[in-house]
Design a binder for this molecule. Structure first.
Ligand code: TRP
Length: 452
């Protein structure tokens, strides 16, 4: 087999992993979940999930990926030959595919809003809720944009790891951060912004239920790209001197920063306009932001225009670095089973377009079709992947690294064969071996109503 490539530099590797993590999850899904779950208290539980579950599971995925230097299925094949663990690899490929399908729909909306903002329409929307529902319920627009996103992803994937993924991530990440900070400041100047800040920072613990905790955990895994082998696949391209705990620390910090900052954009604005409620659902960000561009920049409309174009452009790019990682996981797996890379990529793209169409139509033609537990295709894909498949993957990964892998191997990976002292190594191993499996299981059981 051809020699596997690595990322060119350590920074490139970290940026690519952060590129996978930072995406619509931080802006679109984070705001939707914070809004639906009552604000500050949810954020607090979210941050705890990120630190106590996300960070250790991320190091776990890095260990599996870097040690095996293989796609996520073959990683289990190599590390635990002839055991059932390979199922976790397959589950991951399946989960990624699942997420890619509905994620592309939202990325498609971003593309559509980018088009509208370039045409100068986003800054002149009269009723942003009506605009959103007209746009998302139009089958041609919704499907067309979703397919375009998948085709762009496809193109980058076939160009390969170094030229595609790494170079792309390097430029985009810092720019996105700057724009988000700028917009946050703009949003804070809107009347009523203070109520939004209170919503973000003053916890009301009476709002917490078992499903709040499950939502926070699901969001943590989703936002950090954990539980399905995307970061494991990326870590298989890490070189031997990348420090795994540091890399994980950086990715977690960047990802959480972007999420919280995007809360600063959305919630002050939500409370300053009367037409949206924080629990508006998946449309929240798309309905709120046009109002920010219009109202916060009423005196300098050209600046509103500029911010709108740049924001949607960068959000689209951030979404693309995430779709790439989802796509790459499945493509790398199919390719390393002997299928030529471009054909593997076509299979992944084709199936995603098929599923994506069902999800794209969930806001229009198929709005009333609720085949799973009273949820539309879109809602089901979202619920099932973020709240069932990813935490389940996280559980299996922590069990695998904590119990199945040889302890010396794990320590060698964490300390780069003793080259670096890693003071928190013991704590990390404890979290992986005991805390994560128990906490994830309890959250699942709690949601099922076992403790009532
Ligand atoms: N984390 C990305 C986001 O926040 C989405 C994503 C990319 C993802 N790869 C993943 C989610 C793997 C779960 C698993 O937008």
């Amino acid at each position: 087999m051809e020699k596997r490539t690595n990322f060119r530099s350590k920074l490139g590797a970290i940026l690519a992993a952060s590129g996978s993590a930072v995406g619509l999850g931080n802006v679109w899904r984070f705001s939707t979940e914070v809004g639906a779950n009552g604000g500050a208290a949810f954020i607090l539980i979210y941050v705890l999930c990120v630190l106590l579950l996300g960070l250790p599971v991320m190091v776990g995925e890095f260990i599996i990926g870097r040690h095996s230097h293989a796609n996520t299925v073959d990683a289990y094949r190599k590390l635990a030959p002839r055991t059932g663990w390979i199922v976790q690899g397959f589950l991951g490929v399946f989960t990624g595919w699942f997420i890619l399908s509905y994620y592309s729909v939202v990325a498609g909306w971003t593309l559509g809003y980018l088009g509208s903002s370039v045409a100068g329409r986003v800054t002149h929307i009269e009723d942003s809720a009506a605009f959103f529902s007209t746009f998302t319920s139009s089958p041609w627009w919704a499907i067309g944009c979703m397919v375009t996103v998948l085709l762009i992803t496809h193109l980058i994937i076939v160009r390969g790891v170094q030229n595609g993924i790494e170079r792309f991530s390097k430029l985009m990440m810092p720019m996105l951060l700057i724009i988000i900070i700028g917009l946050g400041i703009a949003s804070l100047t809107m009347p009523g912004a203070k109520t939004g800040l209170q919503f973000l920072f003053k916890p009301d613990f009476s709002k917490i239920t078992s499903s709040t905790v499950l939502s926070a955990m699901g969001q943590a895994f989703f936002s950090l790209s954990l539980g399905m082998g995307a970061l494991c696949t990326y870590a298989s391209y890490f070189s031997d001197d990348t420090r795994l705990t540091r890399a994980a620390g950086s990715v977690v910090t960047i990802d959480t920063l972007v999420a919280i900052l995007s809360g600063f954009i959305i919630f002050p604005a939500v409370f300053s306009i009367s037409t949206v409620a924080p629990d508006a659902g998946p449309g929240l960000v798309f309905i709120t932001l046009p109002e920010v561009f219009k109202a916060a920049f009423a005196d300098v409309p050209w600046l509103g225009y500029l911010f709108a174009v740049l924001f949607y452009l960068l959000l689209l790019l951030a979404a693309l670095t995430s779709t790439i990682s989802l796509h790459e996981t499945a493509t790398a797996f199919l390719h390393e089973q002997g299928i030529p890379r471009h054909r593997a990529a076509w299979i992944v793209t084709g199936v995603s377009i098929l599923f994506g169409t069902l999800c794209a139509l969930s806001f229009g033609l198929l709005k009333d079709l609720k085949p799973f537990f009273g949820m539309t295709f879109f809602d089901f894909f979202d619920y099932f992947s973020a709240k069932v498949l990813l935490p389940l993957g996280g559980l299996l990964i922590s069990l695998f690294v904590g119990w199945k892998l040889d302890r010396q191997l794990v320590k060698d990976e964490i300390t780069n064969h003793g080259r670096y002292k890693t003071p928190l190594c013991g704590l990390l191993l404890f979290l992986l071996k005991w805390f994560a499996p128990i906490a994830i299981s309890l959250i699942f059981l709690n949601e099922l109503g076992i403790f009532k």
